[in-house]
Design a protein around this ligand. Structure first.
Ligand code: SF4
Length: 354
C-alpha cells in the first residue's frame, strides 16, 4: 500500500510525499483515537454524476472521503481503493479531508456556466460524521450554494446536523432544501454491531424531530433493509411507527446490496455476528450484488401496508411520503440510486421468508 512508508512527525504532522493528489499533511489527534486525517487541497469540489446514472441529481459535493460511521454495508467503501487504501479498516480510519473545498466550490459556482442545478451532499460519505465537528465545512458549503441560488439536499446519519439547522432553515427561504436521515435499524444492539460509529436510533429519531421543529421536511432512508435481520414485520412496523411519530415526511425503503469489496466484508461480519445467516446470504447474493427480484417483490408486499398504516403514501415502488407534506428537490433523496438497471432473478436461492 502506498501509505506504508508514511510516518507522522513528532508534532503530529506527516512528512509530505504520500501518493495522494494535493496532500498537505497527515495528522492525528487525541479526540479521534486510531484515526489519521489526510488533509489535501482539491482542484474541484463539484462532482458530476455520470449521465447514465439513475440518481435523481446530477451534482454532488463530498468534503471528505472515508467515514467514521463505519457502516459494515457501506456502498462507498470501494471508493477508498482508488486511493490505494483498503475498503475495510482504512475506510473507517484513514479520512481524506479537502481543506479548501469551500473556496473551490465558491469559485466553481461563480462560473457563468453554472446553471444552479440541484447539488446533493451525503451521497458518498456522510457530511455530518464527527470529522465535520473538527473542520466545519458544511456552513460554508451551504452558504455558497445558497449564494449561487442552488437547491441542495443532505443525507446523513450524523446528529451534528443539529448545529446547522437554523442555517438550513434560513437557506430554505431562498432555495429548495431537502433533508434526509438514514435510519433502517430500530434495535440498538444490532445497530451498534452493524453501524458502530453512528448515533443510536433514538438519537436519530430525535434528530428527525429537530429537523421538523426547524420547519424543514425530513425524509428517511430505511436502507438498507437487511434480510432476516431487519425485514421482520414486527421490526418494520415498530420502526415505521417511530418514524411517523418523529414527524418523518417521507420514507424510502431499499434492501441491502453488496457491491465489490463490500460483499466479502459483510459476509465476514455475518460469520462473526450471525453465523447462522451466512449461508443464507451467500445463497441470496450468490449471483451478484443485489437481492433477487423475488425478494424485492416480497419486501415490497410486506412494507406497503405498513407504510399505509403509518400514514405514508406510495408514489412509486419504494418511495413514500405523508399526505400533504413537502418532498425533496429531484425526488426522494437517493431513492433509486442504489438500484441496478436490472434486478437479477434467481430461482435456486429463493429466500426462506418469515
Ligand atoms: S454513514 Fe453513510 S457513508 Fe458513512 S459509513 Fe455509513 S453508509 Fe457509509
Amino acid at each position: 500500500m502506498r501509505w506504508d512508508g508514511q510516518k507522522l512527525g513528532d508534532d503530529g504532522t506527516a512528512l509530505p510525499g504520500l501518493a495522494l493528489a494535493g496532500l498537505v499533511r497527515s495528522v492525528r489527534t487525541p479526540e479521534f483515537a486510531g484515526v489519521t486525517f489526510h488533509e489535501v487541497t482539491c482542484k474541484s469540489a463539484l462532482n458530476k454524476v455520470p449521465d447514465a446514472s439513475a440518481m435523481p441529481f446530477r451534482w454532488t459535493v463530498n468534503p471528505t472521503r472515508g467515514c467514521l460511521h463505519a457502516c459494515t454495508y457501506c456502498f462507498a467503501r470501494p471508493t477508498h481503493e482508488y486511493l490505494d487504501l483498503d475498503a475495510g479498516r482504512d475506510f473507517e480510519t484513514q479520512i481524506v479531508v479537502k481543506t479548501n473545498v469551500v473556496d473551490v466550490l465558491r469559485a466553481e459556482l461563480a462560473r457563468p456556466s453554472w446553471r444552479g442545478e440541484h447539488v446533493a451532499l451525503g451521497t458518498n460519505t456522510d457530511p455530518y460524521q464527527r470529522v465535520e465537528g473538527r473542520y466545519r465545512f458544511m456552513p460554508g458549503i451551504i452558504e455558497a450554494l445558497v449564494h449561487a441560488g442552488t437547491p441542495l439536499s443532505i443525507l446523513t446519519k450524523g446528529t451534528l446536523l443539529r448545529r446547522d439547522l437554523a442555517l438550513l432553515a434560513e437557506a430554505s427561504t431562498h432555495v429548495p432544501v431537502g433533508i434526509g436521515i438514514s435510519l433502517a435499524i430500530a434495535d440498538e444492539t444490532l445497530q451498534q454491531a452493524v453501524e458502530p460509529g453512528t448515533p443510536t436510533p433514538r438519537a436519530r429519531l430525535e434528530l428527525i424531530r429537530a429537523v421538523r421543529e426547524a420547519g424543514l421536511p425530513c425524509g428517511v432512508m430505511v436502507a438498507p433493509v437487511l434480510p432476516w435481520l431487519t425485514d421482520g414485520r414486527a421490526h418494520l412496523d415498530d420502526l415505521l411507527a417511530k418514524l411517523a411519530d418523529a414527524g418523518a415526511t417521507g420514507v424510502t425503503v431499499l434492501p441491502l446490496h453488496l457491491r465489490g469489496a463490500v460483499k466479502p466484508l459483510f459476509l465476514a461480519w455475518l460469520r462473526e455476528h450471525a453465523p447462522a445467516l451466512a449461508h443464507r446470504y451467500e445463497a441470496l447474493y450468490g449471483r451478484g450484488a443485489y437481492v433477487p427480484h423475488e425478494y424485492s417483490r416480497w419486501l415490497d408486499q410486506r412494507v406497503r401496508p405498513l407504510l399505509v398504516r403509518h400514514g405514508f403514501e406510495g408514489r412509486d415502488r419504494r418511495a413514500f411520503r405523508r399526505q400533504g407534506e413537502g418532498s425533496y428537490p429531484g425526488g426522494s433523496i437517493v431513492a433509486d440510486a442504489a438500484l441496478p438497471a436490472h434486478e437479477p432473478t434467481i430461482a435456486a436461492a429463493q429466500p426462506v421468508l418469515f
